[in-house]
Design a protein around this ligand. Structure first.
Ligand SMILES: Cc1cc2nc3c(=O)[nH]c(=O)nc-3n(C[C@H](O)[C@H](O)[C@H](O)COP(=O)(O)OP(=O)(O)OC[C@H]3O[C@@H](n4cnc5c(N)ncnc54)[C@H](O)[C@@H]3O)c2cc1C
Length: 507
């Protein structure tokens, strides 16, 4: 089937999914004020695949049907494919200022990578190879959108799940001829209300990396439709301000609040054909270490970061220009900092694609080296970009009214008193409301937390980076340099006749 479109996507969400928010069960997420903004943004992105100017960038021909399917499903077979996938993702990311973390490409690349490594799902406890391959083809051909939950709920982080006497953590409670029965919860399902499928895989990076499960009740991987009976999503309250007098007061939050929820499995039947890993003591290691999916999954993240950092840089520049503070040297230093952050993210993407390499599965993978660099630093840099916007916007971020005030009783005063040297009042109010939404609002706070945690706890991922980094050659270099100098010491030092401290290399 060819790529989906806006209408088909929105109607695919009108099913029996159980979505709870603010104490209510939502009947139709496409009509609820808390979800409609992000739902329509997702629809817009999917519709873009039909735009004649974009279709060659956003799609490729399906190897099974020949139909046009989304480029993020591609299993790259060359460096050119990796770059083409990055270019496609950049189009969606630019369209959403990098603020919609879970545009469909995020999960698409991950599932494509797992399927490319289907052979590793052939495990002693269960052969999930065909299932992961079939699931990949299903989502590719149906252009399904996906959420995922990789983390056990925060109950007791002093012990791994299997040592906790609790029914809270999602676990297998029964096996039947039809499939496995799962009970318990997982976190955090970003986009849960707006996805067609949920993927449930072992935790990404745990503290207990070397420990195998003593019971395999928690060691599984599967995917099911979000409307599966017994599956519920309990969402956090929205971060958008719905009492705003004008949509221009929430230009980001009203469109990109993608929702986050906890997934509750109330004795949910997972059919065998959707099980990828089953009672597998090494389930986490299989996903993390053997499929090579990490750099593919994070390819979308690094492209998104490039768009987002460029957007935050542009916003800081526009704010500074509006009141001409960009003429002051210390402000220029801050602007140079935000420019550097945008260039850092862009360079990480370029490096990851330029050093893409062939894997043992015959696919080409972006280079983890540049991706790890992004993962270690970007969340801190992003916080700094917000801080710079807040610092430069200063009182102006809270000192402008709603955009609706331009049509209110004080219209004349608003036109006069809210203009600045480089912007009339309409332009300045819009700009400052955008800056507030991007850097200071609840939406901004959630974005900051997202950058810090969504791809795993940075404490864990950075410690992993440390462990994986080829350190020995660097350490040896320091010792070699010292040994070399030690051997070349001038025995007459200090040599007042003018001899050097160390023997010359050219003598
Ligand atoms: C906005 C947002 C969206 C997200 N979306 C998704 C999603 O779609 N899918 C998904 O699967 N996950 C998602 N996540 C969850 C994310 O994967 C987790 O937040 C992340 O893995 C960290 O786990 P945690 O939140 O359980 O923190 P915890 O493990 O509870 O850790 C909390 C703090 O305690 C510290 N800590 C915990 N244990 C130890 C220890 N043994 N030693 C030292 N320090 C410790 C951590 O470093 C951290 O600072 C999302 C998170 C956020 C914030």
């Amino acid at each position: 089937m060819p790529v989906t479109n806006a209408k088909k996507y929105l109607s695919s969400l009108q099913d029996d999914r159980e979505i709870y928010i603010d104490g209510e069960r939502i009947k139709d997420v496409t009509k609820d004020y808390r979800f409609i903004g992000a739902a329509e943004t997702m629809a817009e992105l999917l519709q873009m695949q039909h735009d004649p100017d974009l279709t060659d960038t956003l799609t490729y021909s399906s190897p099974s049907s020949g139909d046009k399917v989304g480029m993020s499903h591609i299993q790259p077979r060359s460096m050119k494919d990796v770059k083409a996938r990055g270019d496609a993702m950049k189009v969606w990311m630019d369209a959403t200022c990098g603020m919609l973390g879970r545009s469909p490409d995020y999960k698409n690349v991950m599932v494509a990578a797992w399927a490319a490594a289907a052979e590793v799902f052939d495990r002693p406890s269960f052969n999930g190879s065909d299932n992961i391959q079939n699931f990949y083809e299903y989502v590719r051909e149906n252009d399904s959108t996906m959420t995922h939950v990789l983390v056990n709920p925060q109950v007791d982080r002093s012990k791994p799940a299997h040592l906790q006497e609790s029914e809270i953590v999602a676990q297998i409670v029964k096996e039947t001829d039809a499939g496995i029965i799962v009970r318990g919860a997982r976190m955090v399902a970003t986009l849960c209300a707006l996805a067609n499928e949920i993927v449930v895989m072992p935790a990404a990076v745990t503290w207990h990396t070397t420990e195998t499960h003593k019971t395999t009740d928690y060691a599984f991987g599967f995917a099911i439709p979000t409307s599966t009976p017994g599956l519920k999503f309990i969402c956090r309250p929205p971060v958008a301000h719905f009492d705003a007098a004008s949509p221009m007061d929430g230009p980001l939050s009203l469109r990109y609040d993608e929702s986050d929820g906890i997934a509750v499995f109330d004795d949910v039947l997972v059919p065998w054909e959707r099980v990828f890993l089953f009672r597998d003591k090494e389930a986490e290691a299989v996903i993390r270490g053997q499929t090579g999916a990490g750099p593919h999954a994070l390819h979308q993240s690094v492209v998104r970061a490039a768009s987002k950092a460029e957007f935050m840089m542009a916003l800081a520049l526009a704010i500074a220009q509006s009141t001409k503070i960009d003429e002051h040297n210390p402000v220029q230093v801050m602007l140079a900092e935000t420019i550097s952050i945008a260039e850092f993210a862009r360079t990480c993407r370029i490096g990851a694609e330029a050093e893409a390499h062939e894997t043992k599965f015959g696919t080409f993978s972006p280079a983890m080296r540049h991706i790890s660099l992004w993962q270690s630093m970007f969340w801190k840099f992003y916080n700094r970009q917000c801080e710079i916007i807040n610092t430069l916007g200063a009182g102006g971020l809270v000192g402008v009214p709603s955009f609706a005030e331009l049509a209110g009783g004080a219209k004349k005063d608003v036109e006069k008193y809210f203009q600045s040297v480089n912007a009339d009042s309409s332009k300045r109010i819009k700009l400052n409301r955008l800056a507030y939404d991007a850097a200071l609002s609840s939406f901004a706070g959630r974005q900051r937390l997202y950058e810090q945690y969504y791809s795993g706890d940075p404490m864990r991922t950075q410690s992993l980076m440390f462990r994986m980094y080829p350190k020995d050659e660097h350490i040896q270099r320091v010792h070699d340099m010292l040994d070399d100098l030690e051997g070349r010491q001038n025995p007459n030092w200090p040599d007042k006749e003018g001899g050097p401290a160390f023997e010359r290399t050219w003598d």
